[in-house]
Design a protein around this ligand. Structure first.
Ligand code: ADP
Ligand code: MG
Length: 734
């Protein structure tokens, strides 16, 4: 069961540094019984010996084997928290941090005051906290304040296989922190936990760890999962196929089980629609009340997919066959299906529903994004429908073009998804793609750090006071040339001038201001917020400022947000973020004549001009010029813009207030490819372009360079220009 790649030293060979205290835990008999079924329980002694003897240990085990819930308990019982220092566990996803802390508290019969969580702006940590679940971003922030992380005795980096950017940075940092703590005589234990087995990036990376850490492998799945592949080539309408598959499973396969599917939020919408259509015939009592429709979140959602089945495993009885669907729809299902969504932006109360038994006489169907792939184990899932797709953000480092694309998952992901079906009894996974397609999947998906804009990464690192980013021990380093180029760009923009950008908060997926609601109302509010006359030149930025300002003025109530198509949660986060930035900017920029008004009144005309200059200065290479009539090459250039970086026509996005105005020059934050190339902001604000002016007689494409040389604005703002560009929600007084 537990195999050590490099034999951990035998416990007897040298004096153990195991803490002597044993801390009793009072678990309920049911919990105790359930725990004993987890494979990891059998390995407690081996795991604890390895941890006692080694500063860094890697634990690999399939999802559901008990790593996240049990390892912190092993450490607690072994006395790791009883002398100065707590156990910290990082999760790449907020959902996991919250729900795992609740689960562990429940298993240990301890209150949330002791087993707590901290995610950005939210948490229940107290002075009594001994086990703290948090997002990797939260721990990264803590490193900024206390580089040695002295309050922790143990750090567990969970879900390391996901290879989130923050996780990778943390592992690099901890590879240096652990020896430093050792030197100080205050040893810190680092445990890296991973669901899949690709750990060579951590263990065989000589820049990372001086001594290769032992790798403990925990055997995993309790019950076999039969995998059914499709015969047919997958179709485009995987959402529809998914729906049909679920209906089939529900009609034909034994009841009393659950069914788990993974989709993007967008697909949830379609799924919901198709469900409505079929409600009367197939699924008579579906509960749609909780089936929320929300904007896309972080872009790592999953989806589902295609058509009919074929059998790869042995359990022929459960093959669903290729029946005539018309006829099948007439057959009745005995139980109503209770459908719940699960995705990371869903309110915690609603997320918690999937862990509770469905109403009596119903069968649970969870429509989930990637969160259900590894982070959360929903009890009792027997059938998994896997579309084999994932929606990912692609970023072209050369052109700066970002696009969301639906692509095939990796083999590792497919196996994770299948594994979700065998938690409590033998299960089935219906892959809506053929085995030939599966064989073509990549084995693992690439680490996030290799896919994100390098500038973001550099700013993150500089915020940690890491000067030589090129020398940083990343588990998988981005290309050195890309790092150097990004650094140059940031210096040119003034974002990296002394002092380092300490005030810039981590960009989180929930900063988003999204306008929703009825289209007419939305357009009306856009128009009001966009202002009149020269204010309109601030384009979507003005809309954004107007929205935030109006919301503040109204006291930021849920009612105001609801009526005006704003997401309440997002507005609260913006308010907190502004508070943070206001303090930072005020404390540094007092001499520079910059004053930040936390109340955020509407800008004056001069301020609006100033803001446009800032945006132009910061995004000078993201300048676009409208193609003039005499330059029209062909029809595809109609209403198009030309940029310095691309040969293809780009367009103002229809959601922009500048869409109809078509100003001669605009700057955009990024280009997103959907049906066309559209200029947009970062995905974190939905709204794109700002109109800019140019003095006559200057080479307009080079204007921004001149502006930068003059450097008036940037000089005043120093390193905070980047804050403002990312978060243009504060006002400046000239
Ligand atoms: P791993 O981290 O190895 O994927 P976990 O520790 O997350 O495994 O889960 C171990 C087991 O704990 C799961 O198989 C599941 O049965 C149970 N479990 C986890 N969270 C919950 C919960 N919120 N409610 C009920 N059972 C849970
Ligand atoms: Mg886990």
């Amino acid at each position: 069961p537990v195999v050590s790649q490099q034999a951990a030293p035998a416990a007897s060979s040298k004096p153990s540094c195991k803490p002597v205290v044993f801390v009793p835990v009072d678990r309920s008999p049911e919990i105790q019984e359930a725990r004993l079924k987890l494979p990891i329980l059998a390995e407690e002694q081996v795991i604890m010996e390895a941890i006692n003897e080694n500063p860094i240990v890697v634990i690999c085990g399939e999802t559901g084997s008990g790593k996240t819930t049990q390892v912190p308990q092993f450490l607690y019982e072994a006395g790791y928290t009883s002398s100065n220092g707590i156990i910290g566990i990082t999760e790449p996803r907020r959902v996991a941090a919250v729900s795992m802390s609740q689960r562990v508290a429940k298993e240990m019969n301890l209150s949330h005051r002791v087993v707590s969580y901290q995610i950005r702006y939210e948490g229940n940590v107290t002075d009594e906290t001994q086990i703290k679940f948090m997002t990797d971003g939260v721990l990264l922030k803590e490193v900024q304040k206390d580089f040695l992380l002295l309050k922790y005795k143990v750090i567990i980096i969970d879900e390391a296989h996901e290879r989130s950017m923050y996780t990778d940075i943390l592992i690099g940092l901890l590879s240096r922190i652990v020896p430093l703590r050792e030197k100080k005589g205050l040893p810190l234990k680092l445990i890296i936990m991973s669901a899949t087995l690709r750990v060579e990036d951590f263990t065989e990376n000589t820049r990372l760890f001086a001594v290769t850490p032992p790798v403990l492998q925990v055997d995993a799945r309790q019950f076999p999962v039969t995998v059914h592949f499709n015969k047919k080539t997958p179709l485009d309408d995987y959402s529809g196929e998914c729906f049909r598959k679920v209906c089939k499973i529900h009609r034909m396969l034994p009841s009393g089980d659950d069914d788990d599917r993974k989709e993007s939020v967008e697909e949830m919408r379609k799924f919901k629609k198709s469900r409505r259509r079929k409600k009367a015939t197939v699924l008579p009592q579906i509960n749609l009340d909780n089936y929320a429709v929300v904007p896309m979140d972080e872009g790592d959602e999953d989806r589902e997919a295609e058509s009919d089945d074929d059998i790869a495993g042995s359990d022929v009885d459960l093959d669903l066959g290729d029946g005539d669907s018309e006829e099948e729809e007439k057959s009745d299902s005995s139980l109503p299906l209770y459908v719940l969504p699960l995705y990371s932006l869903l309110a915690p109360e609603k997320q918690a529903k999937v862990f509770r038994p469905p109403p009596p006489g119903t069968r649970l169907c969870v429509v989930a994004t990637n969160v259900a792939e590894t982070s959360l184990t929903i009890p009792g899932i027997k059938y998994v429908v896997d579309c084999g797709k994932v929606k990912k953000r692609f970023y072209d480092k050369i052109t700066g073009v970002s696009s969301f694309r639906v692509t095939w998952i990796s083999q590792a992901s497919a196996n994770q998804r299948a594994g979700r079906a065998g938690r409590t009894e033998p299960g089935h996974c219906y892959r809506l793609y053929s085995s030939a397609v599966f064989m073509d999947f990549e084995k693992f998906s690439a680490p996030e750090i290799t896919k994100r804009p390098v500038e973001d990464l550099i700013l993150q690192m500089k915020a940690l006071n890491i000067e030589k980013v090129i020398n940083f021990p990343f588990p998988t380093p981005p290309p050195a040339e890309a790092l150097a180029a990004a650094e140059e760009l940031l210096i040119a923009l003034g974002a990296l001038k002394e002092p380092p950008v300490t005030g810039r908060p981590a960009v989180s997926e929930e900063e988003t201001v999204k306008l929703k609601g009825k289209k007419g109302r939305l357009v009306q509010m856009q128009r009001i917020w966009a202002g009149q006359g020269s204010f309109q030149k601030l384009g979507d930025l003005m809309v954004m400022l107007g929205a935030v300002g109006a919301c503040e003025y109204s006291g930021c109530t849920p009612k105001f947000c609801e009526e005006n198509g704003l997401r309440y949660k997002a507005m609260l986060e913006i308010r907190r973020l502004r508070g943070q930035l206001t303090t930072a900017v005020n404390s540094v920029c007092t001499d520079a004549g910059v004053y930040v008004d936390p109340k955020m009144k509407p800008p004056t005309e001069a301020q609006a001009t100033y803001l446009r200059q800032i945006v132009l200065a910061g995004l000078g290479d993201h300048l676009a010029r409208r193609v003039q009539a005499e330059e029209l090459l062909d029809d595809k250039w109609k209403n198009a813009y030309k940029t310095a970086l691309l040969d293809d026509p780009v367009f103002i996005h229809p959601s922009s207030v500048l869409f109809k105005q078509l100003p001669e020059f605009v700057v955009y934050q990024e280009i997103v490819e959907t049906t066309k190339l559209y200029m947009k902001d970062r995905v974190s604000w939905q709204l794109p372009a700002v109109e800019v002016d140019y003095p006559e007689g200057i080479d307009r494409f080079k204007y921004f360079a001149k502006f930068l040389l003059e450097g008036k604005v940037i000089e005043k703002l120093g390193s905070y220009s980047q804050c403002l560009l990312s978060n243009p929600l504060i006002m400046l007084k000239t």
